[in-house]
Design a protein around this ligand. Structure first.
Ligand code: PEP
Ligand code: MN
Length: 262
């Protein structure tokens, strides 16, 4: 952002990548680590497109117990390989306190998913680990509840917290969730923590990812977390919302231009 930095705006530095305090960062990657080839292909393409961090789930909090649940430890090993090859820091979700050590051994940022935003033991354990954390807003959580969830991490002395607006439940069915744009300036008034927006899960459809990303950047978001897959039509999870990796550079140029004006 070209604007002056508010004195109390926190800048996080994650493996040399800055986010917050005027630095706009893009986190991108597939919803899920499906195979070694799919993940490495995504990481290579997204590194070339200029993203700052790579995302991908090894542990997936699926709504149905019969859906693909992720590769678990094998998925973490694939993420480690993607980082070794591309240098991109890794953002990946932790769903269970029993996996804290395994996930923090690989993750540069641990993601707390919307479904776990009020899993207080999980937040406390991540706080104790000292690993930076991205806390996603619960599906039906208020802004106050999101801030209190982040407080569980902060209370353990871990200051490296990113807040994520990813859409909330409303009566609207045209989109998967409803992106709460107002949450961005409200959160930035209420806290110094960087605010990241997830347009992919909010929209549920790839044609809306660019407009929601532009809106987020214009509203002052410090970054975005976006799903991208080498072949979205083959994705095991969230295919309709994932951007094809080969279109990502063009998408990112537009979002970064909007962020620079904010
Ligand atoms: C995800 O990032 O893949 C995810 C499951 O997101 P959320 O927890 O916001 O639904
Ligand atoms: Mn997903």
């Amino acid at each position: 952002s070209a604007g002056p930095t508010a004195p109390d705006e926190a800048t996080l530095e994650i493996a040399g990548r800055r986010i917050g305090g005027g630095a706009f960062a893009t986190i991108a990657g597939p919803c899920t680590v499906e195979t070694r080839e799919q993940t490495l292909e995504a990481a290579r393409g997204l590194a070339a497109a200029g993203v700052q961090l790579f995302r991908g789930g090894a542990y997936k909090p699926r709504s149905s117990p019969y859906s693909f649940q992720g590769l678990g430890r094998d998925g973490l090993a694939i993420l480690a390989e993607a980082k070794a090859e591309t240098g991109l820091p890794i953002v990946t979700e932790l769903t269970d306190v029993r996996d804290v050590e395994a996930v923090t051994a690989v993750a540069d940022v641990v993601q707390v998913g919307a479904r776990n935003m009020q899993n207080y033991p999980l937040l406390t354990e991540i706080g104790r680990s000292g690993t930076p954390v991205l806390v996603k807003r619960g599906l039906a959580a208020t802004i106050d509840e999101l801030l209190l969830a982040a407080e569980y991490v902060l209370a353990e002395g871990n200051r490296d917290v990113l807040l994520c607006e990813r859409g909330i439940r409303t009566y609207e069915t045209a989109t998967r969730f409803t992106l709460d744009i107002a949450a961005i300036p409200v959160l930035k008034q209420r806290t110094s923590l960087p605010v990241v927006v997830d347009p992919s899960h909010a929209a549920g459809r790839r044609d809306l990812v660019l407009p929601l990303s532009l809106a987020a950047a214009a509203a002052g978001a410090d970054g975005i977390i976006v799903e991208a897959h080498p072949r979205p039509e083959e994705a095991l999870c969230d295919g309709p919302q994932q951007l094809p990796v080969d279109t990502f550079a063009a998408y990112l140029r537009q979002v970064e231009a909007a962020a620079a004006l904010a």
